[in-house]
Ligand binder design. Structure first.
Ligand code: FAD
Length: 393
C-alpha cells in the first residue's frame, strides 16, 4: 500500500490548488481523479477563456444555507491573491464586465498554472483512477482503488458538483459525506437556462437569438444583464443569475426596459409623433422582430399613438416592465454551470474545511453548499476553500 500524507479526490480547480498548497508545506500529496482528461471544466469555462475570479468577490455573492460560512476563507485567500499568482505566471488577462477577469488567450493557461504549481510542489496526480472504497483507520484513511490501495493521514474531497456529467461530474463527494454521517443538503442545478411551458415556448420561439438588456427579479433578488431567447427557452447572464434564486413553480419578473421609464418614453413619443404606430415607437427601443412578437404575446393592440389613453400607455409599459414569467423548469445538470446545495457547511470548520465529526476529512470547492454568482465567483471559492485546507492538511 502506498502511504502519503494527503490524498485529494478530484483534480479540478479546488483539488489541484489545495494539493499544490499542501505540497509546498512539504506534505506528500496524491491527487486521484476518475476522468480520462483532467481540468475539463476549467478548459470549458468562460467560453474557453476561464473567468478565473472577480475583482469584486465578497461573501454577498454566494448562496449557502449558512451565508457566513464562506467569509473566513474568502478573506484569507482572496481574489487579489489569485490575481497575483496569475500575474506571476505572466498570464495576460482582462476585465470583461462587472469585475469579471478572463484570460486573454486561453483557459489552458489556468490549467497549466495549476499543474505547474502541483509539479513544483512534488504532487502526484493520477487518473483515471476509480476510488472503490474508503475506510477510516486509527492512522488515517485507506482507499481501495482501481490502481490498488492507498493510505493517507488527511483525505480531501474535491469532487465538485453534478453539473455537466460528461466532464466527470459525479455524486461521489456526497456519498463520502453520507458514509461518514455528515448531512448533505438537497442539490439542484444552478446558473442554468430556463425552459418554458408549451404556450410560452410556442409564442416566443421566433425570438430565438435575440438578446435584450433586462432586469430579472425573483425572491427579493435582482440582476441586470442580458437575457437571451433560445429555441429551448430563456438564457443569458440575467437568467442564469436569477436561476440560482428560483425554485420550481415560482414566477420571475423581468423588466425589459431597465434603463428608462417606459411610460414616460411612450408619453413623450405620443406628443412628438401622434400618428406613429405603437410598434414603430417601440422599435426605437427594441429589435423590430421582438416588438412584433411581444405585442401579440402581451395581447396589445397596435394602433397610432394618439389613440391610446394615458392608462392604456401605462398598461403597455407595464407589460414590458413587469413581465411575469413562470418557467417550466431548467435545463438541469446537462448545461448548468454549478450545483446548489451539497455538503452542509455546518458540518465543516470554516477556517479549515475539516469535518467537525471526522478529523482528517476535508471538503473543498463546489461539493459543499456554497455556490457563487456567475462571473468568476465559483472559481474564487475553489481557490479560497482549497487554499485554506491546503495550509492544514
Ligand atoms: P470541479 O472543477 O468540477 O472538479 C471536480 C473533479 O472531481 C473533476 O475533475 C472530476 O472528474 C472529479 N471527480 C468527480 N467524481 C469523482 C470520482 N467519483 N472519483 C474521482 N474523481 C472524481 N466558474 C467560474 O468561476 N468562472 C467560469 O468562467 C466558469 N465557467 C464555467 C463553465 C461551465 C460550462 C461550467 C460547467 C462551470 C463553470 N464554472 C465557472 C463553475 C466552475 O467550473 C466550478 O465551480 C469549479 O470548477 C468547481 O471546482 P471544483 O474543484 O470544486 O470541482
Amino acid at each position: 500500500m502506498l502511504k502519503v500524507d494527503v490524498i485529494v479526490i478530484g483534480a479540478g480547480a479546488a483539488g489541484l490548488f489545495c494539493a499544490a498548497e499542501a505540497g509546498k508545506r512539504g506534505r506528500s500529496v496524491l491527487v486521484l481523479d476518475h476522468a480520462k482528461r483532467i481540468g475539463g471544466k476549467i478548459l470549458m469555462s468562460g467560453g474557453g477563456r476561464c473567468n478565473f475570479t472577480n475583482m469584486y468577490a465578497s461573501p454577498e455573492n454566494y448562496l449557502s444555507a449558512n451565508p457566513h460560512f464562506c467569509k473566513s476563507a474568502l478573506s484569507r485567500y482572496n481574489q487579489w491573491d489569485f490575481i497575483a499568482l496569475v500575474t506571476q505566471y505572466g498570464i495576460a488577462y482582462h476585465e470583461k464586465t462587472l469585475g469579471q477577469l478572463f484570460c486573454d488567450d486561453s483557459a489552458k493557461d489556468i490549467l497549466k498554472l495549476l499543474l505547474s504549481e502541483c509539479d513544483k510542489a512534488g504532487v502526484q496526480v493520477r487518473h483515471p483512477v476509480e476510488v472503490q472504497n474508503i475506510d477510516k483507520t486509527a492512522e488515517g484513511f485507506e482507499l481501495e482503488t482501481s490502481q490498488g490501495q492507498f493510505g493517507c493521514d488527511s483525505l480531501v474531497v474535491a469532487t465538485g458538483g453534478l453539473s455537466i456529467p460528461k466532464l466527470g461530474a459525479s455524486p461521489f463527494g456526497y456519498k463520502i459525506a453520507e458514509q461518514f454521517g455528515l448531512k448533505v443538503l438537497p442539490t439542484r442545478a444552478g446558473l442554468v437556462p430556463f425552459t418554458l411551458h408549451e404556450q410560452d415556448k410556442a409564442a416566443l420561439a421566433e425570438l430565438s437569438g435575440i438578446s435584450l438588456d433586462a432586469t430579472a427579479v425573483c425572491n427579493h433578488t435582482s440582476f441586470r444583464e442580458n437575457i437571451l431567447f433560445t429555441h429551448r427557452g430563456l438564457s443569458g447572464p440575467s437568467v442564469l443569475q436569477i436561476s440560482n434564486y428560483w425554485h420550481p413553480g415560482e414566477t420571475v419578473t423581468f423588466n425589459l426596459s431597465p434603463g428608462q421609464n417606459l411610460t414616460e418614453f411612450l408619453q413623450t413619443e405620443q406628443q412628438a409623433h401622434p400618428d406613429a404606430l405603437l410598434s414603430t415607437t417601440l422599435a426605437k427601443l427594441f429589435p423590430k422582430r421582438f416588438v412584433q412578437v411581444a405585442l401579440e404575446y402581451f395581447a396589445l393592440t397596435n394602433k397610432p399613438m394618439k389613440q391610446y389613453q394615458g392608462k392604456q400607455l401605462e398598461q403597455v409599459a407595464d407589460a414590458f416592465m413587469q413581465w411575469q414569467l413562470k418557467p417550466n423548469g431548467t435545463e438541469g445538470y446537462r448545461t448548468a454551470e454549478v450545483t446548489l446545495g451539497g455538503v452542509d457547511t455546518n458540518e465543516l470548520s470554516s477556517k479549515t474545511m475539516e469535518a467537525r465529526k471526522v478529523p482528517g476529512l476535508y471538503f473543498i470547492g463546489e461539493v459543499m453548499d456554497v455556490t457563487g454568482w456567475l462571473g468568476g465567483y465559483n472559481f474564487q471559492w475553489a481557490w479560497s476553500s482549497g487554499w485554506v485546507a491546503g495550509q492544514v492538511v
